[in-house]
Design a protein around this ligand. Structure first.
Ligand code: THU
Length: 165
């Protein structure tokens, strides 16, 4: 028997003003993307912005549905936009924020479990970690070195192939 341990560290900035200019630009793009959300049910408008390896910034926002499980998170909308417009182009970093119409919060958003799985697949496909910048409406910004950090022991394509003859 052996005890295993996995750790990850992230950086907490006091506010968006503490970020460098390029990161502020990306976070502002994420914040502006909250205006593109379709969130009539939750009223929780999520915006995400990605900087691709080719320098282009793309935006995504959550798109809900009267049949609630059909709705898609901003992060996965953005990954699909990136893959469709620029196939196989790595994403270097993604900023995520939100606007909650029911009340303001400083709590930095963190991607849901399904989005973590999708982010990991994208990282593996492009052989590039995606640096995450997570923000609330104001206040602290968390910087996570790569999305994989948020899904330790995740299921990947390697698991499908393990043991296959
Ligand atoms: N949502 C996102 O778009 N991204 C997240 O990281 C968390 C949640 C969306 C899904 C749903 O439309 C709304 O926020 C409330 O859960």
């Amino acid at each position: 028997m052996k005890k295993m341990e996995q750790q990850f560290s992230y950086t907490a900035y006091e506010s968006i003003q503490e970020l460098n200019a390029a990161d502020q630009e990306l976070m502002n793009a994420a914040k502006s993307a909250t205006g593109l959300a379709y969130a009539p049910y939750s009223k929780f408008r999520v915006g995400a912005a990605a900087r691709l390896e080719n320098g282009i910034i793309l935006k995504g926002s959550n798109q809900e549905n009267a049949s609630f499980p059909v709705g898609i998170c901003a992060e996965r909308v953005l990954l699909s936009v990136a893959s469709s417009l620029y196939p196989n182009t790595p994403i270097l970093e993604m900023a995520i924020s939100y606007k909650n119409e029911l009340g303001k919060s400083d709590n930095p958003i963190s991607p849901c479990g399904i989005c973590r799985q999708s982010l990991l697949e994208f990282e593996m496909k492009t052989h590039q970690g995606i640096r995450l910048l997570l923000a609330g409406e104001t206040g602290a910004v968390y910087e996570v070195p790569k999305a994989h950090d948020l899904l330790p022991l995740g299921f990947t394509s390697a698991d499908l192939l393990a043991g296959v003859k």
